[in-house]
Design a protein around this ligand. Structure first.
Ligand SMILES: Nc1nc2c(ncn2[C@@H]2O[C@H](COP(=O)(O)OP(=O)(O)O)[C@@H](O)[C@H]2O)c(=O)[nH]1
Ligand SMILES: [Mg+2]
Length: 325
């Protein structure tokens, strides 16, 4: 049996193996993902983003417990870009979440920093798809997040939680980076610490400055103390409220379309890249473009436009045809 079939039959080890293959860039893994894809789209994806040390992993750990009590199955994708080389923090996350490791309805996976760069990598999306195909109701994705790229988890998750904690001075930086703009729920964790009120006021002022349309979601602010399991039920309630809102407003479809768009663009990019690499050594047309580049008769951008322009009439026609049908 192929790995994908085993995964669809509920084999957890097969899922772990396929994830490792994806991380290592094993080419056969792509075919497995093709088998899996039709079985995805059911899971609800929650992005948990914030600067290092604010308590993302601690909070995720508590959330797992609450969601399980509500009888939801949970997938967790944890990354810690703060220690990309030693893997120390990743191991830490794993140890912390180990109490859930005997629960067959919880699947936790740590992803090394490779290919992540603060944003959402192809590998990340693939891991999410696998957990989705494993019938996880909720998938929690812990990332640092930059808020700058449309590939950031905060832009493609169904619900985006941005976590801050008092006295870190990060909130200003995060505002600059636009990460707060992407938040559906703002969490002030470590509310047991001094400065939580102040941070709450700052965030409230920031939210008040924005104008919301009548049918637009207004981000909520939730105070939590992850290590004391305080405010965490409220956080889960806020997530579920946002989910209800997205479903009833049609926003969920919009977000999923955005995610599909991103995946299509990324897949096209990598296929096109592979194709061009293959052709460059066998095709006179590409050979000439490369020579022109070397001799500085053209530049990479213009050369790329030339290639894309070749595709345009074909793609454009396809679009027109399907519309008229
Ligand atoms: N005082 C306090 N410390 C917390 C709270 N939540 C987490 N921490 C601590 O903050 C540190 C960083 O937590 P961690 O979950 O690893 O943060 P992450 O880097 O965002 O994943 C750990 O030592 C936690 O025990 C909280 O609510 N209050
Ligand atoms: Mg962490």
């Amino acid at each position: 049996m192929k790995l994908a079939d085993k995964i669809l039959a509920g084999n957890v080890l097969a899922a772990a193996r396929l994830m490792t293959e994806i991380e290592n860039g094993v080419p056969e893994a792509v075919a497995e993902l093709e088998t899996i894809y039709p079985h995805t789209g059911k899971a609800y994806i929650v992005g948990v983003t914030g600067p290092p040390g604010v308590g993302k992993s601690t909070l995720v750990d508590v959330l797992i417990g609450i969601l399980r009590r509500e009888n939801m199955t949970v997938g967790v994708l944890a990354t810690d870009p703060t220690s990309p080389f030693t893997g120390g923090a990743i191991l830490g996350d794993r140890v912390r979440m180990q109490k859930h490791s005997l629960d067959k309805d919880v699947f936790i996976r740590s992803l090394a920093n490779r290919g992540w760069g603060g944003g959402l990598s192809k590998a990340t999306m693939s891991m999410i798809h696998i957990m989705d195909a494993m019938s996880k109701d909720i998938i929690l994705v812990e990332t640092m997040g930059t808020g700058q790229a449309e590939t950031d988890i905060t832009r493609v998750a169904d619900t985006s939680i941005v976590i801050l904690s008092p006295g870190m001075g990060d909130e200003i930086q995060m505002m600059k980076a636009g990460i707060l703009e992407a938040a559906d729920i703002l969490v002030i964790n470590k509310a047991d610490r001094e400065g939580a009120d102040n941070l709450q006021r700052q965030l409230e002022i920031m939210l008040e400055m924005k104008t919301y349309l009548p049918n637009e979601w207004q981000p909520s602010i939730v105070l939590t103390e992850a290590i004391y399991d305080k405010g965490t039920e409220e956080l889960v309630a806020a997530i579920l409220r946002h989910r209800e809102f997205l479903i009833s407003s049609g926003g969920l479809d919009k977000r999923r379309k955005q995610r599909a768009k991103l995946e299509l663009a990324e897949a096209t990019e990598s296929s096109l890249k592979d194709y061009i690499y293959q052709q460059i050594s066998k095709d006179d047309y590409f050979e000439k473009l490369v020579d022109d580049l070397v001799q500085r008769k053209t530049n990479p951008h213009s050369a790329a436009s030339k290639i894309i322009n070749q595709f345009k009439p074909v793609i454009g026609q396809g679009g027109k045809q399907s519309k008229s049908r």
